[in-house]
Design a protein around this ligand. Structure first.
Ligand code: ZN
Length: 82
């Protein structure tokens, strides 16, 4: 991996977030088109970003949450005799 690659890679996160100026994006895209190392890196990062965005855990439904809280409270009361 060349010095140039490392330079691009440090910008890749910003690139994927769309935070880079257009001319730098074009430059990175050109390099990624010619460089297998960086292409692999971009593909991996893209996949990671996607997984992060889609992999958010959902909140428990509130009814389930209430049940859980009640159950815990009952156990607590029993244990400490209140
Ligand atoms: Zn490269």
């Amino acid at each position: 991996m060349s010095e140039k690659c490392l330079e691009y890679i440090s910008d890749l996160n910003a690139y994927l977030d769309g935070d880079l100026p257009d001319e730098l994006c074009v430059e990175i895209e050109k390099h990624v088109g010619e460089c297998n190392n960086c292409k692999l890196m971009v593909d991996t990062l893209k996949m990671t970003v996607k997984l992060c965005r889609e992999g958010k855990p959902e909140d428990l439904p509130s009814s389930l949450n209430d049940k859980l809280n009640n159950m815990l409270k009952k156990k607590w009361d029993k244990k400490f005799g209140q």
